[in-house]
Ligand binder design. Structure first.
Ligand SMILES: [Zn+2]
Length: 671
């Protein structure tokens, strides 16, 4: 009998503990990943809302990781997807569900599919139907998320889920202490820290062993600051890619590891609280914060032993947050109303600890200023907000108003785990209050309670009313007024009660559908003018003949605009193995990346003080792509080369020609 190495390893690894000796296989479980990387040049990276932060390269690809958990009798299923994007988009979810419905009928629907985001600040915008919409990016995300769910569906097998919680050391800091300290002293005294440091991890185990993990830990993916121009999943991508690499290596089969976000509204990964730390630069900081999450996840992977047991249930609905009457039970100050959406001055200030925003504004501004108002209204062409609206949002001075689709919310239970789905960025203490809300209703079914933030759409921040009063950045971006959190608590309480009483949630608000209603920007340029005296794919700067372990390789090639043909792989680092070349890294390796430049183009091309400046025009000038590979001290010595997968579009043809360029080989030696 032939046994593969993977099967042998699985027999002996901890991951391979079989269902006979372990807990009963009480669920159907499956997981899968797919690529959702869109444009990597010329779209604004969306996290910091700075028009100067235009992407010009790739540091990691963006991935969707999908999980399906079902009752063994197939009566109930839950789909949870973690995308490496800034936020979720209602329209993405609509199209994903349309795709699933076409294949699987009623099995997957808006009633059981949740699409969440890690909140990476270094993904391009444009996937959602906003101001810089890109149909091509939207389609890429929709097909990637669908594919990830498809794979999870194809991998469905009986299995069980183990759960555990553990503190993550040094991976997040409270970035709005003046707000946090406004919460009552006796409430703060209930908690050891001013951020939630626990990671909650699920380990999905099928007959042949563990196949995936899904964890939630609250920290902003802002290690890559607004100075970064690489598309990247930031620290959560480092952790996910490295855990997947390690566990695939030890089991011999693909592994899925998703690092989702929780109540991180006021938690920064810039531990120095000045847009830096703990590393020597952005990428180093992201790696360190990623490693700390990875360490906790690996420790939990080895130690979790508590099986989830009990029914799966889920209730999803949508609430018109602009118009909720909130009862005394949740306000503690009589019945109150939420307000139509408006951003405050502190929204314009950004989070100082994560780099800040427009210099006109500061966190903590609580007085309306006529000078600022007339400037903003002139720039945006808006009229002053009404007295009633100003009063409703008090003490938040209103920067601008804006309509907002109803907010998707929901609650799910898998045995003794409760998940709260919110479309917003909820702060530490607001998240704790929300967990208390569901625990009060769900009891034993919420022994573990997790805030699955950034789910199903994006509706700004959620602070406590006390935090709101200080108008730190998060309060300025809490758009439905001071009772935003109590309103969400009231609605989550209602949804939780429906789940417990096994009744339907009725009269959900209509979330609308912007598909087909927003015009799309066009990627790429008209054509790629050939480089003078060279051809596309030619080398510009060759590698050295040899490098020592720990050195950095850089190689550059002539290429066209990468927006003309999105590629599934742009770069490969290959090692010679006898007569063959074996790929040891792509841009999905943390230490390999690529940057595109045009000689006459200056980044950033825009006025940093004018957030309304138009994006740069594309030019037909040829690009050089610089491939950078940091050789790890542990990299095997040997002979290597770099491959680059590019494209060029000639003036005569609308279709881009794809090509693969290769560098001369070089040696990696011991230092
Ligand atoms: Zn945020």
């Amino acid at each position: 009998m032939y046994l593969s190495l993977g099967a042998l390893l699985a027999m002996f690894s901890v991951a391979g503990c079989s269902s006979e000796s372990g807990p009963a296989d009480n669920y159907l479980i499956g997981s899968g990943t797919a690529d959702i990387t869109g444009p990597i040049v010329d779209l604004q990276l969306s996290g910091f809302a700075r028009s100067t932060q235009i992407a010009n390269g790739i540091q990691t690809r963006l991935t969707a990781r999908a999980f399906i958990v079902g009752e063994p009798d197939e009566s109930r299923r839950l789909v949870f997807v973690v995308t490496e994007l800034l936020g979720s988009s209602h329209e993405v979810r609509l199209s994903v569900v349309d795709n699933l419905r076409a294949k699987y009928g009623d099995l997957y629907s808006l009633d059981n599919v949740i699409v969440s985001a890690t909140h990476t600040h270094s993904g391009p915008g444009g996937y959602s139907h906003g101001s810089s919409f890109s149909e091509e990016f939207f389609d890429t995300v929709v097909s990637g998320v669908t594919e990830a769910i498809d794979r999870a569906h194809q991998n469905l097998k009986p299995g069980h889920i183990l759960i555990g919680e553990q503190e993550v050391e040094g991976a997040g800091a409270q970035r709005s202490l003046p707000a946090y300290m406004q919460n009552p002293e006796e409430e703060r005294a209930r908690y050891q820290h001013d951020t939630d440091r626990n990671m909650t991890l699920l380990k999905l185990v099928q007959e042949d062993g563990a196949v995936s993990v899904l964890n939630w830990f609250a920290v902003h993916p802002t290690s890559l600051t607004y100075n970064n121009k690489f598309v990247s999943g930031d620290h959560k991508a480092f952790a996910a890619l490295e855990m997947e690499r390690r566990l695939a290596q030890s089991s011999g089969t693909p592994f899925v590891a998703a690092f989702a976000n929780a109540n991180c509204g006021d938690v920064t990964s810039n531990l120095n609280l000045d847009n830096t730390g703990p590393g020597t630069d952005d990428l180093d900081s992201a790696r360190i914060i990623g490693e700390r999450q990875l360490d906790a996840a690996m420790a939990l992977f080895d130690s979790v032993s508590e099986p989830l047991s009990g029914p799966i249930d889920v209730r999803l609905t949508a609430v018109d947050m602009a118009d909720v009457e909130v009862s005394d039970a949740f306000t503690g100050e009589g019945p109150q109303r939420t307000c139509p959406a408006a951003q405050g001055y502190a929204f314009g200030a950004g989070s100082t600890e994560d780099g800040g925003g427009n210099p006109l504004f500061m966190e903590g501004m609580v007085d309306q200023d006529e000078g600022i108002d007339s400037l903003v209204q002139a720039a945006l062409g808006t009229s002053p907000p009404s007295e009633a609206l100003l009063a409703c949002h008090s003490p938040k001075p209103i920067l601008f108003t804006g309509s907002r689709d109803p907010a998707p919310i929901g609650v799910a239970t898998i045995g003794q785990l409760a998940l709260v789905f919110l479309p917003g960025e909820i702060t530490t203490m607001a998240g704790r209050r929300m967990r208390d809300t569901v625990r009060a209703v769900l009891g034993d079914r919420s022994k573990h309670a997790v805030i699955a933030a950034y789910s199903n759409d994006y509706t700004g921040y959620i602070t406590t009313p006390e935090e709101y009063d200080t108008q730190q950045y998060e309060g300025g971006h809490t758009i439905f007024g001071r009772r935003t959190l109590p309103a969400y608590q009231q609605e989550i309480d209602r949804v939780s009660r429906a789940l417990v009483s096994d009744t339907a949630v009725t009269d959900g608000a209509d979330q609308g559908d912007l598909r087909g209603m927003v015009s799309s920007g066009v990627l790429g340029n008209d054509f790629d003018a050939p480089p003078a005296g060279a051809s596309f794919g030619d080398i510009v700067d060759a590698p050295q003949a040899s490098y020592a372990q720990g050195d950095t390789v850089s190689v550059s090639f002539w290429t066209g605009h990468p927006g003309n043909a999105l590629r599934k792989t742009y770069i490969e680092i290959q090692r010679r193995d006898g007569d063959e070349w074996r790929t040891i890294a792509t841009e999905n390796d943390w230490f390999a990346r690529a940057r595109w430049t045009q000689a006459s183009r200056v980044f950033p091309p825009l006025d940093p003080f004018n957030p309304f400046a138009p994006p740069p025009p594309t030019s037909t000038e040829a690009f050089t792509v610089l491939v950078i590979w940091e050789i790890r001290p542990s990299t095997e010595i040997g002979t290597y080369r770099v491959l680059f997968h590019g494209s060029e579009r000639s003036e005569a043809s609308a279709e881009a020609r794809l090509f693969t360029a290769e560098s001369p080989s070089f040696d990696v030696t011991r230092p």
